[in-house]
Unconditional design. Structure first.
Length: 107
């Protein structure tokens, strides 16, 4: 069955593969609007769509970057607090050792 498609049942749904429309003989020439190319509009629309599709990815990347910086800042703060706590503990141990040595010398 090798029949051409109709408007209701086209041979293919891809507009690029469909046969071009032929001008009607009942219509006078030049009555319709002049033909114009929509290639630029299609390309810009595709670019805009692509850019819009990349926006969530860029937002996610920025969000992850910010979260990594926050995590690094938090780790530095924890390390600093731990170092200060250990320094105070070492100072107390040093004072205890000094007192113990003084007590040993006094007796």
């Amino acid at each position: 069955m090798n029949t051409a498609g109709t408007i209701d049942r086209p041979l293919t749904h891809d507009p690029k593969k469909q046969a071009p429309m032929k001008p009607s003989t009942s219509e006078p020439t030049g009555s319709a609007t002049p033909e114009f190319s929509t290639h630029g509009a299609t390309v810009s629309r595709q670019n805009r769509t692509r850019e819009m599709q990349l926006i969530p990815e860029a937002l996610a990347r920025a969000h992850m970057h910010e979260r990594l910086h926050d995590a690094e800042r938090e780790r530095r703060a924890v390390r600093l607090a731990t170092a200060r706590r250990m320094q105070r503990r070492a100072e107390r141990a040093s004072l205890r050792a000094r007192r113990a040595l003084a007590m040993a010398v006094m007796q």
